[in-house]
Design a protein around this ligand. Structure first.
Ligand code: GDP
Length: 315
């Protein structure tokens, strides 16, 4: 059975760690947001691609949620001494990943090919695909007409709450990376990971052809709520959802995906919202979705895949 997942960074990676316990890694393809990509220190940084790769390799720095465990920061510290702005804390070995990516892109390799090289070097058998190969930065619109790159919003400015909108026009003008639309069309089950719906899943859905491929696919499609008890587990999803006028709740995010998904997994703390989710036309399952351990992530993956199988079987 081939499983296709749409993913952002940390929440998605935690969940995918569970999916690879439920299905063979070679049966899983992940399409990852690249709207956070940007050049820092002269290298092409792909935050979500690397978080997913490092997590599946078992090498993620769990405390920070990104970067490699045990990495040092000698390069950024030295750059700071030379007067550079170093609010984007890229570890030394992590910098090597991005330097490799930059060198290979400069040689003419595509981001898909380079991503495959990096994940293979880390012993990861899951196919990890960028949503597109060109830079397609996400911008956040703030008060007083300010517009900042998503990483400036998150890492430099600490995710202020005066969000007025999100600009995904570069994703909407991008071309789906090689293999993305075919992987969606060929999947037996499609999962939307518990990721930021606005700036992680949102850009992927904007890439021309992706939404259409999802709609055309006969595979059951199931998502997992990134919101538990009215708040994100981590990150600025609450500020971004409010900024685009969506309720910060499991049912609010379900409403964003309604029409695209068949099923929605929500947390036990949100059990009271089940009927509202079902009223949107989604099959709803309530379970523990707070992935404190790989075992919980595994159980959550089993639940999501079980819901997908039930929906597929009912057709
Ligand atoms: P980011 O790029 O680091 O923000 O990562 P993501 O796109 O994966 O989005 C983070 C989202 O994942 C946030 O909305 C979190 O609430 C969600 N998330 C993180 N950990 C968990 C978890 O254990 N369970 C659930 N249900 N959601 C989670």
């Amino acid at each position: 059975m081939s499983v296709l997942a749409l993913a952002g960074g940390v929440g998605a990676a935690r969940f995918l760690r569970g999916v690879v316990r439920a299905v063979s890694p070679t049966d899983l393809t992940v399409v990852v947001n690249t709207g956070d990509d940007r050049e820092f220190y002269g290298v092409h940084v792909s935050p979500d691609l690397d978080i997913v790769t490092y997590t599946l390799a078992g090498r993620i720095d769990r405390q920070r949620g990104y970067g490699l465990e045990g990495d040092g920061f000698r390069v950024v510290d030295a750059l700071a001494e030379l007067g550079h702005e170093t609010w984007f804390r890229l570890g030394d070995r992590d910098l090597a990943t991005s330097l490799h990516r930059t060198l290979r892109l400069r040689e003419g390799a595509g981001l898909t090919e380079v991503t495959r090289e990096v994940r293979r070097a880390h012993g990861v058998d899951v196919e990890i695909l960028p949503m597109c190969e060109e830079l397609a930065p996400t911008f956040v619109q703030l008060s007083a007409g300010r517009r900042v790159h998503f990483e400036e919003y998150l890492a430099r400015d600490g995710a202020p709450d005066d969000v007025q909108g999100v600009d995904l026009t570069t994703a909407a003008a991008a071309t789906a990376a090689p293999g993305v639309l075919d992987a969606i069309a060929g999947a037996d089950a499609i999962l939307i990971c518990p990721s930021n719906p606005v700036v992680s899943i949102g850009p992927i859905l904007q890439v021309p052809g992706v939404r259409e491929a999802l709609e055309a696919s006969p595979a059951p499609k199931v998502g997992i709520s990134p919101i538990i008890g009215g708040a994100p587990v981590k990150g600025p999803a609450d500020r971004l959802l409010r900024g685009i006028g969506v309720e910060v709740s499991a049912r609010g995010v379900a409403g964003l995906y309604a029409g695209l998904l068949d099923g929605w997994v929500i947390d036990e703390r949100d059990a009271a919202q089940r009927q509202d989710v079902e009223a949107l036309g989604l099959r709803c399952v309530v379970t523990d979705t707070l992935m404190r351990s790989p075992e919980v992530a595994h159980a959550l993956a089993d639940t999501a895949l079980g819901l997908a199988a039930g929906i597929g079987g009912a057709r």
